[in-house]
Design a protein around this ligand. Structure first.
Ligand code: GDP
Length: 303
């Protein structure tokens, strides 16, 4: 049994790679970027993973459904509504049905499983919690939802901190805990450490379990040299005093991992990471094409 902790775009590549080499595994998915918008509950990371495994993901954008149209968004503008959060017309069906099911009393785990069943996905995609947990970005002048900072404000401005609003009041998904407990291997995907992985680790029952199982846990670096492969990871990491380097990520995860995979060009960090009590492996961790995803997934399974 294998469990992977995942965010969205970057994580989706490795999750897709794993699905080509093993049939059954669990994906514990970040929910910190979930947002209520236009009366609908949108779960961007869950949807990215579902669409990736259903072979529906728009891989160029890294979110949404391929070949989707955006008439709904245009109509919002016509009606004078805020339309900064792009929702494709096909994607809209997902959010509407999910919201209806929530209003009918169903939980996020059941709804996500329903989606997986509809799309014939073997992997179990499990939201880290069924409760609302919200990643908030703190800038010089205000605190806002991650989506507002990243999508509406195009990540403009200095980030002074990141907060996981509600995390002390929520319960982890029991399915997530069970998946971790029954796993021989736990992978932390190369997602954004602060906005994709940390909201999962901020749930104390999940973190405590991973600490106990750290000998089974491996993480893949989302950073090569001193740069993320994509996205705002550097901005968020700096704001919480995490060094933007493979070493910084390994240190950040050092309570919960025993193995860490870096890029072949980053061997200079190996001895410093080993000093954290973490075994270091190096390989090509860039997933540009689908065969890269399979190659990295197979490599990890061989550790
Ligand atoms: P998000 O919702 O877009 O933030 O999705 P993730 O958190 O899953 O992915 C973003 C992170 O994945 C960034 O920090 C990237 O540096 C990292 N990333 C993206 N593509 C790759 C890749 O091909 N390989 C590795 N190792 N990391 C990647």
């Amino acid at each position: 049994m294998l469990t992977i902790l995942a965010g969205g775009t970057g994580s989706a590549k490795l999750v897709r790679g794993l699905s080509t080499v093993i049939k059954n595994f669990s994906v514990i998915c970040n929910v910190g970027d979930n947002i209520w918008i236009h009366g609908m509950y949108v779960c961007p990371d869950i949807d990215t993973i579902v669409y990736a495994l259903a072979n529906m993901l728009d891989v160029n954008r890294g979110w949404g459904i391929k070949h989707d149209s955006f008439e709904f968004n245009k109509q919002l503008e016509t009606l004078g509504e805020e339309s900064w959060f792009n929702i494709g017309d096909k994607d809209l069906a997902t959010h509407l049905l999910r919201t209806k099911m929530l209003r009918d009393g169903k939980g996020l785990v059941e709804i996500t499983q329903w989606m997986c069943d509809r799309f014939g996905i073997n992997a179990k995609i499990i939201p880290a919690t069924e409760d609302h947990l919200e990643t908030r970005i703190i800038t010089e002048d205000k605190e806002m939802h991650l989506q507002e900072f990243w999508v509406k404000n195009h990540a403009n401005g200095k980030v002074k901190g990141v907060r996981y609003y509600g995390v002390n009041k929520i319960k982890p998904s029991l399915y997530a805990l069970d998946a971790i407990k029954s796993s021989n291997m736990i992978i932390i995907a190369p997602g954004n450490p602060i906005s994709s992985i940390s909201p999962i680790l901020a749930i104390k029952e999940i973190k405590n379990l991973l600490v106990k199982m750290k000998n089974k846990c491996v993480a893949v670096s989302p950073i090569i040299g001193t740069n993320p492969i994509s996205g705002p990871a550097a901005k968020y990491m700096e704001s919480v005093n995490v060094d933007v380097s493979p070493y910084g990520v390994a240190k950040f995860y050092s309570d919960v991992i025993s193995k860490f995979v870096i890029h072949t060009t980053d061997k200079i960090y190996a001895s410093k990471i080993a000093g954290l009590g973490v075994r270091v492996y190096d390989t090509n961790i860039i997933m540009k094409y689908k065969n890269d995803e399979t190659r990295l997934a197979s490599y990890l399974l061989g550790l």
